[in-house]
Design a binder for this molecule. Structure first.
Ligand code: GDP
Ligand code: IMO
Ligand code: MG
Length: 436
């Protein structure tokens, strides 16, 4: 039987989803992104060469693999063309194997302005968005005034009316400048022409793939704690990054998803505003940031760093039905005298073991830590679990117990090859069939 799996973030993003998707891709014929936009930044190293993917799925680096951008994704055509051109310069040809859903919504040129304005208006309460226009594009989608890719390829008069109305709405909000709808319309038509060969009924394509027994990997961007419904609202992104987004964002039924792999760092990071219970400051935070190179792939912002939070991952395991974890960046903890795992919170002198929805409680949460010995022998580049320092093995085993999910993959470096796939794990079972 073919095994289709979803790979998604179990924390606040930047867990290393790109690396994991890339290393698993040889076992799949199709990789499909289901939500988000170019707010995502997935860095993948292949034999020392660095690729940063934003909209194009991280499977693209493998020749012959089809990559899909689903209807749940919001697309800034300019950002997409820039990425495709950059990939071309690096020797990756997407022709004939990049498909884009006709139902995907567009990020229009002024959505970025609206994003920046909305942040400025929030002042102290700002979200810390990537200012890519993601939120405003999803707002227009939900408000039923969005423009979809298919709209660029059909009735031009209808498109002109839509663009005129949208631009005049923008002009009512941003009074300092007046945007003319005509150039926006002309540009959209040109964008449509360039995208035309990629545009597809993605749901139909995927259902045919599945019927033929080909394997599909569903790739998440952002993460469960940034999910519009299940994340730390309002400090979230504007889409469903958790597993539910696979069905709505690609038009596939739940039964097409045979396994769910959560990606989690061996510690925690977050970029942007909002609560982060295990956040560290000072020397230790700087140490993690520097050795983990924790700077945003999209915006270059320093990421906030903290210890591994098992309350968070337990919550992600429940929301997504995680079958297993890919634990990344274990090597970043190499050389620390001790490592900590947050196993619960104390909130107003009460013990809390479930992730609270009320941000007031979450902000007041005092992490309850278990402290374990660190390890001297480096884990960097290790590819066999038993070759890891015994303290590192102990750390992983304890982390599995308190998170309630097994680590099927342990990543020990940024390169494809620096990975442990544990024998008899869910991932080993999924990959047992040879490539379809
Ligand atoms: P994504 O958004 O989830 O794909 O993650 P990012 O690419 O934004 O951030 C993860 C960063 O960590 C990237 O720069 C990766 O190259 C790097 N990375 C991934 N796995 C490992 C690992 O096991 N060890 C180290 N040191 N770096 C890793
Ligand atoms: P990947 O896929 C980490 C964060 C932003 C901000 C919030 C809302 O690389 O893991 P948005 O621009 O989406 O409206 O910003 O979400 N954010 C991410 N943080 N990784 C990402 O993507 C992110 N995409 C958005 O920093 O806090
Ligand atoms: Mg990232």
């Amino acid at each position: 039987m073919s095994t289709n799996i979803a790979v998604l973030g179990a924390q606040w993003g930047d867990e290393g989803k790109g690396k994991i998707v890339d290393m698993l891709t040889p076992h799949f014929s199709t990789v499909a992104r289901y939500q988000g936009g170019h707010n995502a930044g997935h860095t993948v190293y292949v034999h020392g060469k660095k690729f940063v993917l934003h909209l194009v799925p991280s499977g693209i680096l493998h020749p012959g693999v089809t990559c899909i951008i689903g209807n749940g994704v919001v697309i800034d055509p300019q950002a997409l063309f820039k990425e495709v051109d950059e990939l071309g310069r690096m020797g990756i040809d997407v022709d004939g194997r990049l498909l884009v859903s006709e139902k995907a919504h567009l990020i229009l040129p002024y959505h970025r302005e609206l994003d920046v304005l909305s942040e400025a208006r929030r002042g102290e309460r700002k979200i810390g968005t990537t200012s890519r226009g993601i939120g405003p594009a999803y707002e227009d989608k939900i408000g039923r005034r969005g423009i979809r890719i298919v709209d660029l390829l059909g009735d031009r008069e209808a498109l002109a009316t839509e663009v005129r109305e949208n631009v005049s709405a923008r002009n009512r909000i941003i009074k300092e400048t007046t945007l003319d709808w005509r150039p926006v319309y002309d540009q959209l038509l040109a964008y449509g022409e360039r995208m035309r060969p990629w545009v597809t009924d993605v749901s139909l394509y995927l259902s045919q793939n599945v019927a033929e027994g080909k394997r599909v990997m569903f790739e998440g961007a952002q993460a469960t704690l940034l999910d519009i419904d299940h994340g730390t609202y309002p400090f979230v992104t504007s889409s469903n990054a958790s597993v539910g987004g696979v069905c709505t964002g690609l038009g596939v039924p739940p039964r097409a998803i045979h396994g769910v792999l959560g990606v989690a760092k061996a510690y925690t990071t977050r970029v942007g505003e909002g609560p982060l219970p295990t956040e560290l400051t000072g020397e230790l935070a700087d140490r993690l940031r520097e050795s983990g190179q924790e700077y945003g792939a999209s915006t270059g912002r320093p990421r906030r760093c903290g210890w591994y939070d098992a309350v968070v991952v337990r919550y992600s395991a429940r929301i997504n039905g995680l079958d297993a974890l890919a634990l990344t960046k274990l090597d970043v903890l190499d050389g620390l005298p001790e490592v900590k795992i947050c196993v619960g919170y104390k909130v107003e002198s009460e013990q809390v073991s479930e992730f609270p929805a009320d941000l007031r409680l979450l902000t007041a949460a005092e992490p309850q830590y278990e402290t374990l010995p660190g390890w001297v022998k480096p884990t960097k580049g290790v590819t066999d679990f038993n070759a890891l320092a015994v303290e590192a093995q102990r750390y992983i085993r304890r982390l599995e117990e308190v998170s309630g999910v097994d680590c099927a993959i342990v990543s020990t470096g940024s390169d494809r090859s620096e990975t442990i796939v544990r024998k008899e794990s869910a991932v080993a079972r999924w990959l047992a069939d040879s490539r379809v």
